[in-house]
Write a protein that binds this ligand. Sequence first.
Ligand code: GAP
Length: 521
Amino acid sequence: MLVLKGVGLHDECAFYMRGKEIMIDMKDIVALCKRRGFIFAASDIYGGLNGFWDFGPLGVELKNNLRDQWWKSMVITPPLGLDGKPVQIVGLDSAIIQNPKAWIASGHVGGFSDPMVDCRETKKRYRADQIIVLVPKDTEGSWLAFEEGTDELLKRKKMVKFWGSNILNTATLLTKFDISDYDKIIAPDAKKAGTLTEPRQFNLMLDTYPGVVRDDAHKAYLRPETAQGIFLNFKNVVDSSRVRIPFGIAQIGKAFRNEVTPRNFIFRSREFEQMEMEWFCEPDEAKKWHEFWIEERKNWWRSMGLTSDNILMRPHDADELAHYAKEGLGTYDVEYKFPFTDPGFGELEGIAHRCDFDLKAHQEHSGQKLEYFDQPNNKRFIPHVIEPAAGLTRGVLALICEAYTIDETRPSGCYLNFLPALAPKKAAILPLTAKDEHVPIAQKLYMELREEFPVDLDIKQNIGKRYARQDEIGTPYCFTIDNDTLSDSTVTVRDRNTMKQERINLDNVAKYLREKIKPVS
Ligand code: GAP
């Protein structure tokens, strides 16, 4: 299986194998997202804007469902902790723009950067870890000749390893991947190797100027992570609520990064959403809480319907660690096998031990004490922090990729196999014909169900086309009102995955849905 490229706004598609036999084309997933109203390019009518995406009517529902599941699992019904009792986590919604001093303290202004390289051939700029490394060996292990200007060269491109963001010069790259020659490194869409510049650091912060003066003294930043808003409010939350260590503060919201090369549809964008929780604990308890959250978070993603084969837990190498995680117990990533990373995996969430890095930095820079006072033991200390930091938009992409199921036997050719609890619409009500006898019953059922479930009432078009639409948007159940309904008050229920149909009593439809749409546990 060969992945040539990811899917960006204007990129080529990537193919991958789901199971053994079926080849999935990422371009089909992107097309379905647009056709059915999940995800559109931002400013579509103007040709889009690289790295920005809009969520359509169904995309926003799916995103909200995933968001709500996360919030529930963190804030409403947080997990049972190490002592078997529910842990304490409170919510927060902090401003996107904070005092710029906060980003100096957090290390983002000085250190939040990616290495980038320029290609003299394509005249484009790339993130250094997205450069294709040519591996010019054939199956016998001999080095292949470099045939300039032929299709052969393109065929031999393999994205075998990424140029890690920690690797700052070509010499290290060559050594690390055992490549003897700089001429073997090539930009993703270049024909000739050896035309890349040495990597330079590029800061990812997007800036803005609140107020009327536009000079450096008035520059502020759009947050690159939601986490800092939590650290900035640590004291406010401790002083205003009854939380006691260990406890967490959770936040969901937009984050912005001026990514060098946004790519792979919504996987890496410049505006995205995060779901982050900062868990404050005693320094010598950090290890066990780190292990606790690693396990919790892996299980949570599985409970969202991502199958175990497509989920991987990966510890960061020491040289991959972010500036705030260098001193501690490291970071574990929850990774998912996306179509464009297959057979590799892409990050969904990082579970980092941030030590006391952030609170200490904000204490130093703000001059405000950010210690925690442990009354029973009469001691003051700066807590250590374990941080499960997940991507909401990236999670939505994982849900869509996981759900995308090819089935050539049905008119739609595919369906989205979402967990019922996450599906944007739980059911569709379809009068078999738009005749007067069927429609009022459908309308009545719709009015009843909509109080409890997001349901679709779809009246016009032939029934096959309406089923096809519901399959493509992942609606688990369709209820059809037909002539039998008039005589015996039953409706047909069609199951999205099996396409099997059964008849149930009209009065039992709500009960049926209640049983089927179980909350995710
Ligand atoms: N507070 C820690 C932090 O922000 P991160 O690993 O940089 O850590 C957390 O980001 C998650 O946010 C990632 O695992 C990913 O899911 C998501 N994320 C990061 N950059 C992203 C981007 N450019 N586009 C979409 N999602 C992104």
